[in-house]
Design a protein around this ligand. Structure first.
Ligand code: CA
Length: 653
C-alpha cells in the first residue's frame, strides 16, 4: 500500500513537471530604438511560436506563426523558448546602385533561442529599426548532423481583419511566352480586400503591400536570398494568415527540388516588414541592403549610366548591323554610355561582325551590353544565343570572349523560376561575369533580394510588367498611369527595376504612325525616369525622336542621373499619384505624376526640398502637345500645382 502510494506521488510529480514545461508561456520582446515599434514573441500551450508587431500601440501583425519543418527535425510545434538576448547594432556604409548612397542601420537585434521536443536548438533572430521589422531562422550545428533540407516553412503574416491589400499574383509555372513563367510579370490588384484570392491560386509574389485600418502601411518582402536558399512568395490568405511558400514543383520545367537545403550552421533569408503610419518610411527604407553583406569583392570599377536599345520599339527585325549602328549613333547623340544589343545577334549579326560593332560603338564613346537566354532546357526559347549561360564551362569561355572584345555587360533573359538551383544559376552568372568585368541585367526573372549589396556587378532586374507590354497590347498603354504611380510603392522599393521606359513616340511603333497609342504625356514619360530607379536605364527612345521630340525632353534625358544619393517620398497613393524627390549630388529632381485620368491639385513645400531661394525649373506639358520650361516662383515656399490626367510636372534645380 505504501509502495503504491509513493509510486502514485512520483507519477503525479512527473506529470506536474512535464505540464509545467509544456505549458510554459515564455515570451520575449524587442522594441525599435525610438520605442515606437514593439515585437513580441511567445509560445502557446502546444509549443507553437508566434510573433506580433505593434506600432505606437496599434496592432500591425497579430499572433503570426514562426518555425519550419526540416529533415533534421520539427521546429514548428512543441517548441520551448530557452532564453533570449538583445543588443543594439549600428552601422553605416556606402552603397551604389540603390535609392540612397549611404545606408544607415540603427536597430535592436534580438535572438530568441528555442529548442524542439528532441532538444535540437533553433534560433530566431529579429532586427527592429524605427521603420522595419525583419527576422530569420538560424540553425546551429547540433550533434553529427551537418546539413538540413527544409520541407516547409510555418512563417506567416496575420494582419488585422479590415486591412486591404496591393498584391501581385504568382503565375502558373510553364505558361506564357515560350513557357517562361513565372517571371514576376503579373498585374498588381490595388485596394483589394484581405481575403481576395490570388488570380492563379498560387498566392502572391513579393513585395506585398498592406494598408491597415487606422491608416498604417506595411510592405512584406525578403532579402539575402543567395545560392543557399530558394526564393519564396506568400500563399493565399489561409484563415487570416499569409504563409511563406516555396516555389512550385512545376517551375524550371519540373527540374530541381522545391525544398531548399544548406550546411549547418546556417540561416534562412531575412523576411522583412517595412512599416509605419504613412508610406514614407516604406518607400525610403533601406532594410533590404542593411541586412546583407557583399558575397564577393570586385577588382573592377563599374560605370553606371544610360543606354539605348533598338529592340523595345523596332523589335526583332532591328537586330542587324545597320540598325544597331543607328542606335549607337543615337546613344552618342544623347551622350549615353551604352547600347544594348538584344536577342538574335548571334545569327543576325554574327560573332565576327559583333566584334566590329563593339569597335564602332567604342569609337563613338559608347559601350555594349549583349543579350543572352539563360538556357535552353527549361523553356522553349529559340532566340539566340541559347545554351551559353547555364553551364560553367561554356559560360566562362563566352565571357572571356566578351571581355576580349571590350563588352561591358550582359542582359540574361528567361529564367526558370525561384527554385534554389535557379538562384544558384543567378549567383554563378554574376560571379563569372565579375571575373570578366561584366555587369549583369536580368530579364524574365525573379526580383532581386539585396543583390545590389551582395553582388558588386549586379545592375538590375526586370521582374515587373515592363515597358515592352505597351508594344504588345493597348490595354498596357491604358494601364500605364496606374502602373507608373504604383511601382514606386511596391516593386521598386525593394530593388532596382529594369523597366526600359521613357517612350517619346506617340505610337508604339517604329513608324510612329501605327501601333498602340501612348495615353500619357511627354512630361509623364520624363517623370518616370525619376520615379523608376535602376542604376543603368535603357530608355525606349528611338532615332526619330532626335527630330520629332520636344528638345526639352532630349535635354532632360541627356542630363538626368541614374544614380541617386537620396530618395524622398513627398506624398502619393499607390496607383493614383505620386510626388517623389531624388537627389544626385546637390541636384534635386522632383516628379509630380498623376496616374489617374482626372486633374489633381498638389501643394509642395519646395523650400524643404531645394532649400530657401533656390532657383527651381519646371517642365510641364503644353496645351499644344509641346513641353514648357519655366522658372518656379512660389510664395513662402509653398507651390500649388494642378496636374492634368495622365500628365506630370518635373521640378529640378
Ligand atoms: Ca519581359
Amino acid at each position: 500500500m505504501r509502495y503504491i502510494y509513493s509510486r502514485a506521488i512520483i507519477a503525479i510529480c512527473l506529470l506536474a513537471l512535464v505540464s509545467a514545461q509544456t505549458w510554459a508561456q515564455k515570451s520575449a520582446e524587442v522594441a525599435s530604438p525610438d520605442g515606437n515599434i514593439k515585437v513580441t514573441v511567445k509560445t502557446d500551450e502546444k509549443g507553437f511560436v508566434t510573433y506580433g508587431v505593434k506600432v505606437e500601440g496599434a496592432d500591425f501583425l497579430i499572433d503570426s506563426p514562426l518555425g519550419l519543418t526540416a529533415n533534421n527535425g520539427d521546429f514548428r510545434s512543441n517548441m520551448t523558448i530557452t532564453s533570449s538576448e538583445t543588443k543594439a547594432v549600428k552601422k553605416e556604409f556606402k552603397q551604389t546602385r540603390i535609392k540612397h548612397s549611404e545606408v544607415k542601420y540603427d536597430a535592436n537585434e534580438m535572438i530568441v533561442h528555442t529548442e524542439n521536443a528532441e532538444k535540437v536548438p533553433f534560433d530566431i533572430q529579429f532586427a527592429v529599426t524605427n521603420t522595419d521589422v525583419a527576422f530569420r531562422y538560424i540553425m546551429p550545428k547540433s550533434g553529427e548532423t551537418g546539413s538540413t533540407r527544409i520541407f516547409h516553412e510555418a512563417t506567416g503574416f496575420r494582419f488585422p481583419k479590415e486591412t486591404t491589400t496591393f498584391l501581385c499574383p504568382q503565375s502558373d509555372p510553364m505558361v506564357g511566352w515560350k513557357r517562361t513563367k513565372p517571371s514576376y510579370e503579373e498585374e498588381y490588384v490595388a485596394d483589394a480586400p484581405l481575403n481576395a484570392h490570388s488570380k492563379f491560386n498560387h498566392g502572391f509574389t513579393f513585395p506585398c503591400l498592406f494598408h491597415l485600418p487606422n491608416d498604417g502601411w506595411a510592405l512584406v518582402s525578403e532579402t539575402g536570398v543567395d545560392s543557399k536558399y530558394c526564393a519564396s512568395h506568400l500563399s493565399n490568405n489561409i484563415n487570416g494568415v499569409f504563409m511563406v511558400e516555396f516555389p512550385m514543383p512545376g517551375e524550371n520545367n519540373g527540374n530541381g527540388t522545391v525544398e531548399p537545403a544548406f550546411a549547418l550552421p546556417g540561416a534562412t533569408p531575412w523576411r522583412t516588414i517595412s512599416l509605419g503610419k504613412s508610406l514614407k518610411p516604406i518607400v525610403e527604407s533601406t532594410i533590404t541592403w542593411a541586412l546583407v553583406d557583399p558575397v564577393y569583392e570586385t577588382e573592377n570599377e563599374y560605370k553606371m549610366g544610360k543606354g539605348t536599345w533598338s529592340w523595345i520599339l523596332w523589335q526583332d527585325e532591328s537586330i542587324n548591323y545597320d540598325d544597331q549602328v543607328k542606335y549607337i549613333d543615337l546613344a552618342a547623340a544623347m551622350k549615353f554610355q551604352y547600347v544594348l544589343v538584344d536577342n538574335w545577334w548571334d545569327t543576325n549579326i554574327g560573332r565576327d561582325k559583333i566584334a566590329e560593332l563593339v569597335k564602332y560603338a567604342q569609337s563613338k564613346g559608347v559601350d555594349v551590353f549583349l543579350w543572352y537566354s539563360s538556357s535552353g532546357y527549361w523553356n522553349d526559347i529559340v532566340q539566340g544565343p541559347i545554351n551559353c549561360m547555364d553551364r560553367a564551362i561554356v559560360r566562362k569561355k563566352e565571357m572571356k570572349w566578351m571581355k576580349s572584345l571590350g563588352v561591358k555587360g550582359i542582359k540574361v533573359d528567361f529564367f526558370g523560376g525561384d527554385k534554389q538551383e535557379t538562384i544558384r544559376l543567378y549567383e554563378d552568372i554574376l560571379s563569372d561575369a565579375d571575373d570578366n568585368g561584366l555587369m549583369v541585367i536580368f530579364h524574365g526573372c525573379t526580383i532581386p533580394r539585396g543583390w545590389e549589396r551582395m553582388y558588386p556587378n549586379y545592375v538590375g532586374s526586370e521582374a515587373v510588367l515592363a515597358s515592352e507590354n505597351m508594344i504588345f497590347g493597348q490595354n498596357n498603354c491604358d494601364q500605364e498611369g496606374f502602373r507608373t504611380t504604383l511601382y514606386p510603392f511596391v516593386r521598386n522599393v525593394i530593388g532596382s527595376m529594369e523597366y526600359g521606359g521613357c517612350f517619346l513616340n506617340k505610337r508604339m511603333h517604329k513608324s510612329n504612325n501605327s501601333g498602340n497609342y501612348r495615353k500619357t504625356s511627354d512630361v509623364f514619360q520624363l517623370s518616370s525616369c525619376i520615379l523608376f530607379q535602376n542604376a543603368i536605364q535603357n530608355f525606349a527612345i528611338a532615332p526619330n525622336n532626335l527630330e520629332d521630340a520636344p528638345k526639352e525632353c532630349l535635354e532632360f534625358l541627356t542630363n538626368v542621373p541614374t544614380e541617386w544619393d537620396e530618395t524622398r517620398l513627398i506624398e502619393g497613393y499607390p496607383g493614383k499619384y505620386i510626388v517623389m524627390a531624388r537627389r544626385h549630388g546637390d541636384k534635386w529632381y522632383v516628379a509630380v505624376t498623376n496616374g489617374e485620368m482626372t486633374d489633381r491639385e498638389v501643394s509642395i513645400n519646395i523650400d524643404e526640398i531645394f532649400g530657401k531661394d533656390a532657383k527651381v525649373e519646371m517642365l510641364s506639358d503644353a496645351k499644344d502637345g509641346g513641353v514648357l520650361k519655366s522658372q518656379v516662383k512660389a510664395k513662402k515656399g509653398l507651390l500649388k500645382l494642378k496636374v492634368g490626367g495622365e500628365k506630370a510636372i518635373v521640378l529640378m534645380n
